[in-house]
Design a protein around this ligand. Sequence first.
Ligand SMILES: Nc1ncnc2c1ncn2[C@@H]1O[C@H](COP(=O)(O)OP(=O)(O)OP(=O)(O)O)[C@@H](O)[C@H]1O
Ligand SMILES: Nc1ncnc2c1ncn2[C@@H]1O[C@H](COP(=O)(O)OP(=O)(O)OP(=O)(O)O)[C@@H](O)[C@H]1O
Ligand SMILES: [Mg+2]
Ligand SMILES: [Mg+2]
Lengths: 256, 256
Amino acid sequence: MGKILAITNQKGGVGKTTTCVNLAASLVATKRKVLLIDMDPQGNATMGSGINKNKLELSAYDLLLEDAVLSEVILSTAEGGYDLIPANADLTAAEVELLQEKDREFRLRNSIQASRDKYHFILIDCPPSLSMLTINALTAADSVLIPMQCEYYALEGLSALLDTIRRISDVLNPSLHIEGLLRTMYDPRNSLTRDVSAQLTDHFGNKVYRTLIPRNVRLAEAPSYGLPVLHYDKDSRGARAYLALAGEVVRRQEEK
Amino acid sequence: MGKILAITNQKGGVGKTTTCVNLAASLVATKRKVLLIDMDPQGNATMGSGINKNKLELSAYDLLLEDAVLSEVILSTAEGGYDLIPANADLTAAEVELLQEKDREFRLRNSIQASRDKYHFILIDCPPSLSMLTINALTAADSVLIPMQCEYYALEGLSALLDTIRRISDVLNPSLHIEGLLRTMYDPRNSLTRDVSAQLTDHFGNKVYRTLIPRNVRLAEAPSYGLPVLHYDKDSRGARAYLALAGEVVRRQEEK
Ligand SMILES: Nc1ncnc2c1ncn2[C@@H]1O[C@H](COP(=O)(O)OP(=O)(O)OP(=O)(O)O)[C@@H](O)[C@H]1O
Ligand SMILES: Nc1ncnc2c1ncn2[C@@H]1O[C@H](COP(=O)(O)OP(=O)(O)OP(=O)(O)O)[C@@H](O)[C@H]1O
Ligand SMILES: [Mg+2]
Ligand SMILES: [Mg+2]
């Protein structure tokens, strides 16, 4: 039974897309079958996976609003080895058009239900907002992985995200829960980073992944080649960290 | 006649809020009167200015949807010395509610027109999306300041932003143009940063501000004290960079 993880945080630039692309590739390296769904109109997870978002026949938009079948929209990614539902700016229109639909929060959930058993993990990359696209991802997901930069604005925004998750689980998706919080761009020399990290572990305990993703320029370089970092520089600290995260995600899944 | 600048980039985490708060405080230091408008439901510019977003009587939401008068909503910021239109999560509802209004793109523009001459500069902090709140900011603004992290995803997203600016100037706001692109979190030791920076200056010429904002931890620490960096650590590289930016913005304005 495939596990569906929404990778979300409305704070911008905290490493959502970087986590999606690199966790997907690392899970494939542990012999799991993975589907990555790009729900961000920026289409960063699409470009970061080596797919040109400007040359798509079908995309996440068609899944949500044109009743396209999942298998028609899926692309395989040559290097990463995972399947991808690509996205581009067409998704911006979906925010508004979904509001007219009666089952608007369930569109993504309904379109992936039939195929979830083909994968071990389905990861959903979310835009930096708590809008209808993110609500669709949270309604479709089993649980939520929250990338967290250890800085003030990201910490400050956490309560709004937790409120949204609680509201979705009350009304739309009762089994939704927090899978874990992932500390990204972690710089141990920086006292602000250490302070915020301590607040996270105090408050969330073992919901905070032990794996820390360090700030590592190879993670920022890899997307310009359309590659996960594992296939760009496999010995980099970034590649090793996401492999360690994949190990931790798999272990937690099997302990359940 | 006050100059209205929208500070926007739909890419998340590129330094929009940090630029708004610190440019506002630096312009005040050059004896200009400044209004900062927070149009992001995250309310980061509000918190970063020392105002508790959870204890607001009136906010940007009331300006857009409840016909509140600007002078009723304005708060003064003790340290920064600029006026603020605060925001909080209520603005999330505005995205949807504005769609029912007939003059939906002009709500912000109409509510600030009468007061623009009280200020030298009006800065508008935008959320990381090209939604109705950002469209309101672009329709109200004279020009756009684009904070740019010199990395792949930020560069890749620039064309979508330029398209949106062009569409707004064609239909809603004919005088809208790009004021400048600001390189933020700039690390000269990093070849990716230098590559992307070179592409920006090749493509945009002197639209790229000469001022570079370096990566400086004091900029990330200051918001947790509700202070612009100028009032947190005035000798830091971050404080000096934003003062230099204020100088460049004022000079460009006076040369027109
Ligand atoms: N650990 C890291 N080390 C260095 N750079 C990183 C790291 N993680 C992400 N980055 C870079 O930081 C920027 C922000 O990351 P990313 O785009 O993945 O965040 P995001 O949360 O998906 O942003 P958005 O809110 O726009 O969707 C990108 O340029 C990315 O390449
Ligand atoms: N020059 C800098 N040096 C170091 N840290 C910075 C710098 N500029 C911004 N930051 C930090 O980086 C993070 C992102 O910046 P900021 O929140 O201003 O970006 P934003 O574009 O407003 O994000 P969002 O898309 O969520 O609105 C914040 O934690 C901020 O404190
Ligand atoms: Mg992203
Ligand atoms: Mg911001």
